[in-house]
Design a protein around this ligand. Sequence first.
Ligand SMILES: NC(=O)c1ccc[n+]([C@@H]2O[C@H](COP(=O)([O-])OP(=O)(O)OC[C@H]3O[C@@H](n4cnc5c(N)ncnc54)[C@H](O)[C@@H]3O)[C@@H](O)[C@H]2O)c1
Ligand SMILES: O=C(O)CC[C@@H](O)C(=O)O
Length: 394
Amino acid sequence: MTYQIQTYNQIAEAGLSLFEDSYTINSAESPDAILLRSHSLHDQAINDSVKAIARAGAGTNNIPLEDCTSKGIVVFNTPGANANAVKELVLSCLIASARNLFDAIHWTNSLEGTANVAGQVEANKKAFIGHEISGKKLGVIGLGNIGSIVANDALALDMDVMAYDPFVSVDVAWTISRNVQRVHNLEELLFACDYISIHVPLSEKTTGFIDAKAFRAMKKGIHFINFARGELVDEQALTEALADGTVGKYITDFPNDHLFGVENVVAIPHLGASTTESEENCAVMAARQLKVFLETGNIRNSVNLPNVSLPLTSPGRLTIMHKNIPNMVGQFSTLLAEREFNIADMLNRSRGEWAYTMIDIDNKLSEEHETDILNRLQKIEGVVKVRHISNGWQ
Ligand SMILES: NC(=O)c1ccc[n+]([C@@H]2O[C@H](COP(=O)([O-])OP(=O)(O)OC[C@H]3O[C@@H](n4cnc5c(N)ncnc54)[C@H](O)[C@@H]3O)[C@@H](O)[C@H]2O)c1
Ligand SMILES: O=C(O)CC[C@@H](O)C(=O)O
């Protein structure tokens, strides 16, 4: 069996090199899978041949998730693979903004070609007196892979840390220091903190999450750091909060036309995850997840389907993505029994409105049988995608 992978953006070689001879990269019009970073698939037709999309990164807002799910496409991301890179840049920006480093460096560069640079530096450096972050209060919104380590490491820098995440996962919760003060009301955090860093995913629910009401609740002069997504912040409200001094500094990884020239905005060209280590981690994790899915049907780190794992030991496996409605498994097994297929193993898991069933069969399938059974399964009401994976080891 051979597979075709379509890539977008620069994907680290460490990940691409995992696709051995049975894979071709960027050479087919009918890819089995897409591997990408920030490239947007929203305005692009996705070929019917695509079975999986892997985001080498955390945010999947560049992928039309509902559309993919209804077409039976499994979407993956790489949770945690770039978290350390983002955390390091967030903490460095936190310190750089507290010490006025961005403005200070800009001013120093403006001295080029002027007389007595050393004298001017000593005379004017008082304009850039900053603050120490030690003892100040940091608010972390979103305690996932990034927010949790920002919170823990800010404690190590002697900050007081408050955090808000009503949906924090149990796994992450175990890793968070008990000295991080969790609040159940966002306003409590906005009201109390000198610095705020946001780390929540962008979705329909979180678009404009930080709005005029949120800015009104903030302390005057707050430094607000956004390495999550620009659209989480209502731009009009942000502009007003910068103008009236509520926000003393807005440090964002997401520049746009409206932010240019606005005072106290520091815009970084989406560098949060741009380290060699992080790009390799993401590419390797994404490539492994795609390979496992294409070769065995097993699903790890999907954002739209349940995670499933069943060792593939029989001659073949049928994978069926379908609506999570009654009697689906009954219909599959009846159909297989009618054709004298013996089921060796089976797994069915659901996630919300969707479900995924893997059926291992003892029979080796001829091409004709394969086409017949796939067509019949596909015709069952509620089924969106079926595959037969023959086991290369048998
Ligand atoms: N700048 C970059 O290069 C870069 C790199 C990685 C991630 N990101 C962005 O950062 C986001 C977070 O990344 P992550 O790896 O920590 O993701 P994650 O999924 O591990 O964590 C997200 C956290 O946000 C929480 N959350 C969701 N909705 C919330 C809400 N309404 N209020 C409070 N918390 C909420 C979730 O419970 C979860 O704990 C990504 O979705 C992505 O958009 C940016
Ligand atoms: O690929 C990148 O450089 C950015 C990734 C980042 O935005 C993410 O959501 O993981």
